[in-house]
Design a protein around this ligand. Structure first.
Ligand SMILES: NC(=O)c1ccc[n+]([C@@H]2O[C@H](COP(=O)([O-])OP(=O)(O)OC[C@H]3O[C@@H](n4cnc5c(N)ncnc54)[C@H](O)[C@@H]3O)[C@@H](O)[C@H]2O)c1
Ligand SMILES: [Zn+2]
Length: 358
């Protein structure tokens, strides 16, 4: 087990979640707990509940991004009321990022807030969604528009649960792992380069996850309420979100972030901030991990439009997060529109010699 204490609550990365979670509940002295889970991980949630003991039941919900809504939150809250959950009852939310966001939000609102433990079962949830205290759901107007900051009392990353995670969901998380590697640099990035040639089943996941989530945890620890520094975590996301939106969400978040990391590197390269060799290292890592590098549609203007409505566009100027070096990422950097346009054209094509033309 690896334990991180960078935030006000412990983050535990372990293949033995049922035992460790049960120990935590016992040691924390909660008289009663209730396990909420994404139906896809119900067997895992039941094993966790069994380990915790008699005073625990499991409530399972069909989730998925389309059900990440206030309606589902209402169903969860009504179910909690039916179970006569009290202020002092511990909620244990088990699942991917949708589950940790949604159950965390339910934990923030039920009786104005009850203690919540997040048990992350997807790579995205482990290295990103469950870390940092942001919870919430989607509205028709956009993703994650309703929510609350809610610190959990603990986060568990269920390394063993990765065995059943669909490859598609795994790739979603890898894009964020690469992002964290670029922010952190040094051994964290080099280790990914070393592992990239090996099949994912052979990766030392406990270490990879701990190293990756530590990057987010440390950034968040410096900027809990998002006043500025957290912005580095948006590396690849200004382009990424715009690509997702312009594709009508046909390009997944992880794929869009991978393409966005290429785009941020290109923009940094073309505005004289990043070196060719480091850009090439990022491209090679993304490619080895079979993450996409090319936008699969031809709508530069739609991406540009989506980008200028992005919340990062203050006073009409586009601001970007860009690498200066692997391990040194700047935020709030404005870039000239022609360079942004050139980047958007370039990411329509396979990387080649033109990648490095200024
Ligand atoms: N709060 C934050 O700071 C933050 C950060 C990043 C992402 N998010 C949110 O996270 C969500 C994406 O997370 P995600 O990719 O985990 O999505 P998800 O929760 O929908 O999980 C992906 C798929 O894998 C299934 N699944 C999860 N764990 C499994 C396991 N161990 N075995 C088998 N199937 C499993 C889920 O049922 C789902 O079908 C988005 O809604 C996003 O907004 C939040
Ligand atoms: Zn992301």
């Amino acid at each position: 087990m690896t334990r991180l204490d960078d935030l006000p609550y412990p983050i535990l990365v372990t293949p033995e979640v049922p035992t460790e979670a049960a120990n935590f509940v016992r040691e924390s002295g909660y008289a009663r707990s209730i396990v909420l889970c994404d139906a896809k991980v119900a067997p895992r949630a039941r094993a966790i509940a069994r380990a915790i003991g008699k005073q625990t039941s499991v409530l399972s919900f069909s989730l998925g991004e389309r059900r990440k809504t206030l309606r589902t939150v209402e169903r969860v809250l009504e179910a909690l009321a039916e179970q006569k959950v009290e202020r002092t009852t511990l909620l244990v939310g088990v699942g991917g990022g949708v589950a940790t966001d949604l159950f965390g939000f339910a934990g923030a609102t039920y009786m104005r807030g009850v203690p919540f433990v997040a048990i992350a079962t997807s790579l995205v949830a482990m290295v990103d969604a469950a870390i940092g205290g942001k919870t919430g759901v989607d509205l028709r107007a956009g993703k994650n528009l309703a929510g609350a900051f809610k610190d959990p009392v603990a986060v568990f990353c269920d390394v063993a649960a990765l065995a059943t995670l669909p490859p598609r969901a795994m790739r979603e998380g890898l894009a964020e792992v690469v992002k964290h590697g670029i922010i952190e640099g040094d051994e964290t990035f080099a280790e990914l380069e070393e592992l990239a040639a090996q099949p994912l089943q052979k990766w030392p996941w406990e270490k990879v996850i701990a190293d990756s989530l530590r990057v987010k945890a440390m950034v968040v620890a410096d900027d809990r309420l998002e006043r500025g520094a957290r912005e580095v975590l948006n590396l690849g996301h200004t382009f990424g979100h715009a690509i997702e939106r312009a594709s009508g969400y046909r390009v997944s978040h992880g794929s869009a972030v991978a393409i966005g990391l290429r785009a941020a590197g290109l923009l940094a390269l073309r505005t004289g901030r990043f070196s060719e060799s480091e850009h090439l290292r990022v491209l090679s890592l993304l490619a080895l991990l079979r993450l996409p590098l090319i936008v699969p549609f031809d709508r530069v203007d739609a991406v540009l439009r989506a980008m200028s409505v992005d919340k990062k566009a203050r006073d009409g100027k586009l601001r970007f997060v860009m690498p200066r070096k692997i391990g040194d990422v700047e935020y709030g950097v404005t870039a000239p529109l022609p360079s942004v346009r050139a980047v958007l054209k370039r990411i329509r094509e396979t990387p080649g010699a033109a990648e490095f033309r200024r």
